[in-house]
Ligand binder design. Structure first.
Ligand code: ADP
Length: 892
């Protein structure tokens, strides 16, 4: 049996869009068939039905009304499907045979432009990655705003740098060359990015066609002008991106006017763990903005400003002159309170110009969008006047980016578009009177007819004596006269019955129908003419897209700088001094988020002094809950804020530029993926040790806790030695429960002991949160357990055990128990090192004593092997391997 003609048409179209769910337009519905219908009905939670398709069995089918399709499409795209929209492309009334249909657009997670599907505070990026033996090219674009960036990565650790870059970009969708799978684990990339991945076949990466596509897009004759002449891999990723966009959008990409070629080294590099651990844009567990650094700093007023703020915090700068440029601008805005407030007031009334420009360029903008554009442009002269009065290079430059000619666009919209246009653009009600003579004439020609109809109700009531007679309109019958059943006897003879309802009847008269056809014909002409005028205006505005984009990106930056200034004044931040040196000196530093959270209490400020020579490794000991982690994170956040161009929470700060911040803190996401805590910890550690440079800042919170005390301590020890070696001292803040490590101060140059001050009052401890020099006296783990609500009997037993251990009353067996995980997790190690705490003081053991006490119990091959290791000569991966073997031996 043959398929019906319509089904044949469906099949042909579906054949070319196998990877999409095909929304097939049938009248007022989009229908899906066969497999698509089964998948979509499940995902969108709609009923699955069937349609006769000419075969014995009905075709599975489901459908959604076209006017509410957006919500359904959003659901599917959100789940990672591609949706192909197939429309009727000729008028069914005039079509001969089956109506012609075509796919007019493919919507994928990274190519959404529809406002209702986008988050205004978040960029929606599509990233294109091209990988070969030379390295990787990355390009990414937000099609809703027209922003486009490209870069390339080469050299050692290209894979790590690529993953970090993808984490930073946070693309919704990534397209990648098929052959990349031979060189890199695409699965790993998927895990790290959470994006939807599509492999593109090699036809997308032909260097000749790729170059042509780029030159065509940017209307230029050579790649030199774009800064791309030396980077073939960047071009390959960029060209594939443009082709993919063109194929899915099926529309010109005229609002993509420029490509920003950037160098990865120009930004501070932050890996996924660090972005998460420092809670830069969202909190660690609840994923909320409130409680993150962004939550404190983001007081931007425009959507593009808030997207820019996120970008700046995710990619702080590495170049002191650029950072100081931003800081100087923030300083001026801090000082000029009135001007700053005026700027904020202007910004409040600026809409999302970037996305408005995108919609105008794609031909999607409606009347409301143009009014939003006009209202935004209206604010610009005021904003410019304020900026002009400021004495600052960056701000004056940004002002120059906002072109005065945008007022022409403002005036055009002001003259043409009514104040409150409808959402639709084809049903009239858009264009102001006096904008087009032709339109006015047409409107005038139906005035009489409209008045006649408007007055008909009154006239007929009088003529017939029916007091509640009504003249109404609906789409099916047009105009009609309605009379209730009780008055039917008064209906005159010239009324023609059209419809009978329960309580009333509807009539028409020949005269009314004549007038109606006159009016409706003219109205449809008017609507058509309004649409044409509107479309013309949209095209005229398209000529200004580039300058609208320039202005909006300048406004985004002004918004962020103003927000930085506002918060800096409100929260008592100071301008940091940023330099190319190797020190970080912070006086009375505070944690920007925690100080806001403990508003009732007082945040205790702390100093930081760390450099790349005699004080590079700060070993911080102290009880749980004392504030070690807060201190380390605040140091990292202050550096990050300073390099993003923001003032910082402290009294003074001198920041020697940091190229990367690394953090090894707590558990990680990977735990859920079946990897052991210790393995994850060691992988993260290996990554840090392999890639940190002399300009990096490393934050280590408890290394080695996932294994036995001796393993853990040995690794931590070796890590200190590695990060502090004579040739390369990497600035590190290391919080540890291994008090044994504190004996390294003095023996390894650069190691400095710090601890968090604690007072004891009547057997209770009070955390003072003050960082002081020297090592902690005790761990106070039992006190913390008490605060946390551990039962009294357990606390007492623990106290007794501790007393035994501290007084040396343990045997070999006891010592083994001490070496196990349980007690190590509590952090209750025997105190072996010097104590500068308030009450307990112990004498400092010599290095020999220390080693002896650690490894003095029964001879053991595992320990012998451990002792024989030369840690300075071991690569981290070797250490890990040996560790595995040792653990195996210990388990035997
Ligand atoms: P640790 O890492 O030593 O276990 P945290 O840094 O997690 O301790 O601090 C525990 C809690 O103590 C924090 O959540 C905060 O409420 C408080 N705290 C830490 N540092 C300070 C400080 N400098 N001033 C005030 N409160 C602090």
């Amino acid at each position: 049996m043959q398929l019906t003609p319509m089904m044949q048409q469906y099949m042909e179209i579906k054949q070319n869009h196998q990877d999409c769910i095909l929304f097939f337009r049938l009248g007022d519905f989009y229908e899906m068939f066969f497999e698509d219908a089964i998948t979509a009905s499940k995902e969108m939670e709609i009923t699955l039905t069937g349609k006769n398709c000419g075969q014995e069995e009905r075709a599975p089918m489901c459908g959604v009304p076209f006017h509410s399709a957006d919500t359904y499409i959003a659901k599917l795209v959100d789940k990672g499907y591609k949706v192909a929209i197939c429309e009727q492309v000729e008028d069914p009334a005039t079509a001969k045979g089956i109506v012609k249909r075509e796919v007019i657009q493919i919507i994928t997670p990274g190519t959404i432009v529809n406002q209702t599907m986008l988050n205004e505070k978040e960029n929606n990026y599509l990233a294109s990655v091209y990988i070969n033996e030379d390295g990787a090219g990355i390009s990414y674009c937000d099609i809703s705003t027209g922003e486009l960036y490209t870069t390339s990565i080469r050299g050692t650790n290209a894979e790590g740098a690529l993953l970090n870059e993808l984490v930073k970009i946070k693309a919704r969708e990534v397209i990648i060359n098929e052959s990349a799978e031979n060189l890199i684990s695409v699965e790993e990339m998927k895990k790290v990015t959470d994006a939807y991945f599509n492999s593109l076949n090699e036809s997308y990466h032909n260097i000749v066609t790729v170059k042509e596509a780029i030159l065509k897009q940017f209307h230029t004759k050579s790649l030199t002008g774009l800064g791309l002449e030396d980077s073939e891999i960047a071009c390959l990723s960029l060209g594939a991106l443009l082709s993919y966009l063109f194929e899915t959008r099926k529309h010109n990409l005229s609002h993509i006017t420029n490509v920003t070629v950037y160098d990865i080294g120009s930004h501070m590099s932050l890996d996924k763990a660090t972005i998460r651990n420092l809670e830069i844009t969202e909190t660690l567990y609840e994923k909320r903005v409130q409680g993150s650094l962004l939550g404190v700093l983001d007081k931007t007023h425009t959507a593009m400003g808030s997207r820019k703020m996120k970008q700046w915090l995710r990619e702080p700068l590495n170049c002191s002159s650029q950072i100081n440029e931003r800081l100087d601008a923030v300083e001026v805005l801090c000082d000029e309170i009135i001007i700053r407030n005026n700027i904020k007031e202007s910004l409040k009334r600026v809409y999302d110009l970037e996305r408005l420009a995108g919609r105008i360029a794609c031909g999607n903008a409606n009347g409301k969008d143009l009014i939003a554009l006009r209202n935004s442009l209206f604010m610009l002269p005021e904003l410019k006047a304020e900026l002009e009065s400021l004495d600052n290079g960056l701000l004056n430059g940004l002002n120059g980016e906002i072109s005065g000619s945008l007022m022409e666009v403002h005036d055009l919209i002001e003259d043409a578009i009514v104040e409150e246009p409808p959402f639709t653009v084809k049903e009239g009600g858009l264009i102001k009177p006096e904008f087009s003579q032709e339109l006015d004439d047409l409107r005038f020609s139906i005035k009489d007819g409209q008045t006649w109809i408007a007055e008909l109700e009154g006239k007929e009531r009088e003529r017939t004596g029916i007091k509640n007679l009504k003249v109404r309109f609906n789409k099916v019958f047009g105009y009609y006269i309605e009379v209730t059943k009780s008055n039917l006897d008064m209906v005159p003879e010239d009324y023609l019955r059209k419809q009978t309802l329960v309580n009333c009847e509807r009539f028409i008269t020949p005269e009314l129908k004549e007038m109606e056809s006159l009016v409706l014909n003219a109205e449809s002409k008017i609507n058509q003419m309004e649409y044409e005028i509107f479309a013309d205006i949209r095209i005229k505005i398209q000529e200004y897209i580039l300058i609208i984009q320039k202005a909006s990106s300048a406004i985004a930056v002004i918004d962020v700088l103003t927000s930085f200034a506002h918060e800096s004044v409100a929260l008592g931040y100071v301008k940091p001094e940023v330099n190319e040196g190797g020190s970080l000196v912070i006086a009375k530093g505070r944690h920007p988020v925690i100080e806001q959270m403990i508003k009732d209490g007082i945040f205790v400020s702390n100093d930081v002094y760390v450099n790349d020579s005699d004080s590079s490794m700060l070993l911080i000991t102290g009880p749980n809950m004392a504030g070690k982690s807060t201190y380390m994170r605040q140091t990292a956040l202050i550096v990050l804020m300073a390099q993003a161009g923001c003032f910082v929470p402290c009294e003074t700060a001198s920041i020697g530029i940091v190229d990367r911040i690394y953090t090894r803190i707590g558990a990680s996401d990977n735990l859920a993926q079946g990897q052991s805590t210790f393995f994850v910890e060691m992988s993260e550690l290996a990554y840090i040790l392999n890639t940190a440079t002399s300009k990096s800042l490393v934050i280590l919170d408890e290394i080695g806790r996932g294994t036995s005390t001796y393993d853990g301590l040995s690794i931590a020890w070796a890590v200190v030695e590695y990060l502090c070696n004579a040739n390369n001292k990497i600035r590190t803040l290391f919080a540890t429960h291994y008090h044994e490590l504190t004996s390294l101060e003095g023996s390894i140059p650069g190691v400095k002991n710090l601890n968090v001050d604690v007072a004891e009052e009547n057997g209770n401890i009070v955390f003072l949160h003050k960082i002081i020099s020297g090592s902690a006296s005790r761990s106070y783990g039992i006190h913390v357990a008490q605060i946390a609500g551990v039962p009294k009997t357990v606390l007492e037993a623990a106290q007794n055990k501790l007393t035994d251990l501290e007084s040396g009353k343990y045997d070999g067996e006891g010592m083994l128990a001490f070496g196990s995980n349980v007690i190590a997790e509590e952090g209750e190690h025997k105190e072996l090192t010097k104590g500068k705490g308030k009450k307990l003081k112990q004498s400092e053991p010599s290095q020999e004593e220390l080693q002896l006490s650690l490894f003095s119990f029964a001879p053991n091959p595992v320990i012998d092997r451990l002792k024989s290791l030369d840690l300075m000569k071991l690569a981290p991966w070797e250490a890990l391997k040996i560790l595995g073997e040792l653990q195996e031996a210990a388990n035997d």
